[in-house]
Design a protein around this ligand. Sequence first.
Ligand SMILES: Cc1ncc(C[n+]2csc(CCOP(=O)(O)OP(=O)(O)O)c2C)c(N)n1
Ligand SMILES: [Mg+2]
Length: 543
Amino acid sequence: MLLANTTEQKTFTGAQIIVKTLKNLGVDCIFGYPGGVVLDIYDELFKQNDIKHYLVRHEQAAVHAAEGYARVSGKCGVVLVTSGPGAANTVSGIANAYLDGYPVVVLTGQVFKKLIGTDAFQEINIVDITRSCTKASYQVTGVDTLEHTLKDAFNCAMSGKKGPVVVDLARDIFSQNISRISTFKYDNEVATASSSDIEMLSKELLTCSRPVIVAGGGVIHSKASGELIKFAEKFSIPVVTTMMGTGAYPQFGKCYIGMIGIFGQKSANKILRNSDLIISLGARFNDRISCCFSENDLSGKIIQIDINQNEISRAIPAKLGIVSDIKYVLQQLNTKNFSVCSNWLNSVREYKTSDVKRVSISDKLQSFEVIDAIYKYTKDFEPVITTEVGQHQMWTVQNYKFNSPNKFLTSGGSGTMGFGLPAAIGASIALGKSPVVCISGDGSFQMNEQELATCIDYKLPVKIFIMNNGYLGMVRQLQQKAYVDRYSETKISNPDFLKLADAYGIKASRVKSYSEIKPALDNAFRTNEPYIIDFVIEPFEIV
Ligand SMILES: Cc1ncc(C[n+]2csc(CCOP(=O)(O)OP(=O)(O)O)c2C)c(N)n1
Ligand SMILES: [Mg+2]
């Protein structure tokens, strides 16, 4: 909701209004890449110091960096790019932020109003292209609607289930004048459960005997980890998470069992089957989870709590759906008394014996040994860990122990290779240039490796650990199972990552055996600069 108005009498250009409005909205950094159409905005940015612009090397990376910044800071990420190819390059990043629900406002330059629709030089219809993967796509063709559209865009990105919003800016408006500009505060209204919803939920909790909590990304969005810990531990209810809920409940916590879904633990999936009540907190039950329950009817026992009305019963029909901020619901439940389920919790802990134990399949360095060593080395300072997409992503979520929210940044809904490095850049900036670890695959790293230049330019201590297996491993694994070892186009050649690092002025080392891990990590964390470790691992491991 937008509140209050005071006015100043002065004339402003559209470009000035953009920069001033962003400041009013509390924006302190922008990730972007310039081009002819948006030069007026870049000139205004040059003249001020309140908003810092981070120049990336590819527009997709700008959006991932803005998402990484948003995930860690809780603020809205902002991106500025030029028209045509600049705007088109943002689409993968926008889709990523959409599916995982993180707020990013993407400002795209557009050709002059009279040229829109004429296939003018560097014209694309970014509004139509992104309509299905944004919360809203606006086009501004007159300076009079500029300020309000920007406010609406931020409000939309940050409210309810958060997500990306595009604001496409016709070139004319940057030099048009307007005489009024407002200052304003902006406030977020959050949906909360009704008292009858809370009563119905309490009744279910009073009558069940085998409850389980599924903590999804919504718990992290709602900053409800403290309330979740209290709720689960007060009543001894087992907690499982989705991948996006990793860290929402501490993995060393006494109620934690594991991650559900196809790459999760058998024990965690088994609890859902054997439970009589599933309390789903901000989990989407997408196909990577629901495929594990195709032979079980969970619909009669799911209570789904989500800020997004559209998620309720989307994948599995819910017995009760509550559209609400999760923190609010947990706060209400924590004031009540339900029976304590210690026997049930103790019995499901036994399920863990059925979980697969990782074992070495060769004398080569194994992925799980590497991730475990990284965990042991970093656990005391709990850095933010980002991943790319592939086997290394699953090895990370399976073998690293996350004990706090917002420490694990991964591409869940979209599975976008190329997310991890720019997301680590955004996270490091949000944390005031703190060390952030990017666990990468050799394939994924090459999707946005140009961002090493951004790390160097801004002296960001991003530690890139490449799980180098010489394959697009996750796809190779599918081929191994489904196509009898016919590895069509999944063996990849890589550059010498040490030489590549050197070309960018980044220090690096290569690790081929277990004993080399610790000295390499010492080197990586001793410096306050970026660092690359090329972990040469067994190529034929499977997740
Ligand atoms: C942009 C994009 N293209 C293609 C894919 C399909 N895909 C999923 S995992 C994967 C392999 C990733 O290889 P690598 O980064 O080396 O990770 P590994 O599985 O070997 O650990 C591919 C190609 C994708 N997820 N994203
Ligand atoms: Mg690989």
